[in-house]
Design a protein around this ligand. Structure first.
Ligand SMILES: Cc1ncc(COP(=O)(O)O)c(C=O)c1O
Length: 379
C-alpha cells in the first residue's frame, strides 16, 4: 500500500469549472476572483476576503497592512511552518518565538505575555493542525497592549472557535489553499477581515500598490486608463484559473470537513489502545478542521518508527522543526532551548495520513503498522 500523509480531493466538477475558465476571456483578474472572495467571506462570516497567489503572499500582505516594519517585533509560536516567521523578516521585523501549551500544541499565552515588549507590533497565533488557538485570550492580550492580531489559519479553514467560524476573531485571518489544506487552488491563499482599512490596503498591496479607484486617485482629471501607484506592493494576484477551482471546492467544503472529522474519529478508536502513543489534543473551546493528525511517541524511537512506516509505504511526516532551529534562523542569531515544550513536542511528533477520501482499510493499515513499528522500536 502507498499512502501519502495528505492529498487533494479533485472531482470532475472541479475540472469542468477550470476548463470553463480556460475557455473564457479572462484567465486572470476576471470574475472568478470576486466570486471566490464572496464565497470565502460568506463562509467565514467576515465582511471582506482578499485572495492571493499563496498563503505566504497573504501573510506577507497582512503583516504589511498591519504596518509591521523595521525594528518591530512579531510574536508567534515556534511550532509553525517557517512562512509565519519569514513574512516578518521580509519586512525587516523580528519574529519573537513563543512556546506552546502542551495540552493544545498552540501558543502558550502566558509565555506570549512575557515576551511582549515596547517593540511588539503584532501577535500571530497559529491554529496548529487545524485546531484554533485560544483566540479570546489572544484578543484580550492584543487589546491590552495595542497589538494587531493576525491569525495564521493556514491549516484551519472550517474550524470553529466558541461556536464561530475561524475568520471572525482576529483583525485579519490568513488561509492557505495548498493541496493538503481544507480546500485547494493548487497554490493560493486569502486574508479575511472586517476592517475596510485593511481590506483596501490588501487589495492595493496585491497588485503593485496600484489603484484605479477614483476615490483614491490624486489626479482625477485623467481618462479611464489612469492608475496610480501609492505604495510599494507586489504581484501577489491569484489567477482566475485558480479561483475557478476555489469556487468549485468551496461548494464541497462542508463534505470535506465532515470526512476529515469522520477519519479523525476513526483514528481515535483505532489507536486508543496502543501503548506508548499519545493522541492529538482536542479542545472544549474549539472544533478542529483536522488538517493533520499528529500523534506522539517517545522521542528516542520517533525516527525509527518514522523509517519503519515509510518503508511500509505510509507517508508519515514531522510538523515541524521549531522555526528557530533552522540553520538560516541560527545564522540570524537565534539559539536553541528557547521553547522547551515545543522542542519536546517536535522531537516526538509524527503526522499520520489524513485526508477526506482516506478509507477505513487504509486507516486500519496505518494503525496496525504503527503498533508493530512501536513494538519493534522498543525491543
Ligand atoms: C502554518 C502555516 N503558515 C503558513 C503557510 C504558508 O502557506 P502557503 O504554503 O500557501 O504559502 C503554511 C503552509 O503550509 C502553514 O502551514
Amino acid at each position: 500500500m502507498k499512502l501519502p500523509y495528505s492529498r487533494q480531493t479533485i472531482g470532475e466538477d472541479d475540472i469542468r469549472e477550470v476548463i470553463r475558465t480556460l475557455k473564457s476571456p479572462f484567465i486572470t483578474q476576471g470574475p472568478k476572483i470576486a466570486e471566490f472572495e464572496k464565497a470565502l467571506a460568506r463562509f467565514c462570516r467576515a465582511k471582506y476576503a482578499v485572495v492571493f497567489s499563496s498563503g505566504t503572499a497573504a501573510l506577507h500582505s497582512a503583516y504589511a497592512a498591519a504596518g509591521i516594519g523595521e525594528g518591530d517585533e512579531v510574536i508567534m509560536p515556534a511550532l509553525t511552518f517557517a512562512a509565519t516567521a519569514n513574512a516578518a523578516l521580509y519586512l525587516g521585523a523580528t519574529p519573537v518565538f513563543v512556546d506552546i501549551d502542551k495540552s493544545t500544541a498552540n501558543m502558550d499565552m502566558r509565555d506570549a505575555k512575557k515576551k511582549i515588549t515596547k517593540h511588539t507590533k503584532a501577535i500571530v497565533p497559529v491554529d496548529y493542525a487545524g485546531l484554533p488557538a485560544d483566540l479570546t485570550v489572544c484578543r484580550a492580550l492584543a487589546k491590552k497592549h495595542k497589538l494587531i492580531l493576525i491569525e495564521d489559519g493556514a491549516q484551519s479553514l472550517g474550524a470553529i472557535y466558541k461556536g464561530k467560524p475561524v475568520g471572525t476573531q482576529a483583525d485579519m485571518t490568513m488561509f492557505s489553499f495548498h493541496p493538503v489544506k481544507t480546500i485547494t487552488t493548487g497554490e493560493g491563499g486569502a486574508v479575511v477581515t472586517n476592517s475596510k482599512k485593511f481590506y483596501d490596503y490588501l487589495l492595493m498591496y496585491r497588485t503593485h500598490g496600484m489603484t484605479k479607484d477614483p476615490r483614491k486617485l490624486t489626479d482625477t482629471t485623467k481618462a479611464a486608463w489612469h492608475q496610480e501607484m501609492h505604495m510599494l506592493g507586489n504581484n501577489y494576484r491569484m489567477t482566475d484559473i485558480q479561483a475557478a477551482l476555489g469556487v468549485s471546492q468551496m461548494k464541497k467544503i462542508r463534505t470535506f470537513l465532515a470526512k476529515r472529522h469522520a477519519a479523525a474519529r476513526r483514528y481515535f478508536s483505532l489507536l486508543k489502545h496502543i501503548e506508548g502513543l499519545t493522541l492529538p489534543p482536542r479542545s472544549s473551546l474549539a472544533s478542529s478542521a483536522w488538517h493533520l493528525f499528529v500523534v506522539r511517541v517517545d522521542k528516542t524511537v520517533r525516527d525509527m518508527v518514522f523509517e519503519t512506516l515509510r518503508a511500509k509505504g505510509i507517508g508519515v511526516q514531522v510538523h515541524y522543526l521549531p522555526v528557530y532551529t533552522h540553520p538560516y534562523y541560527k545564522s540570524l542569531g537565534y539559539r536553541g532551548t528557547q521553547c522547551p515544550t515545543t522542542e519536546e513536542f517536535s522531537a516526538s511528533a509524527l503526522s499520520i495520513p489524513l485526508f477526506p477520501n482516506i478509507t477505513y482499510r487504509e486507516q486500519s493499515y496505518v494503525a496496525t503498522e504503527l503498533e508493530k513499528a512501536l513494538r519493534k522500536a522498543r525491543f
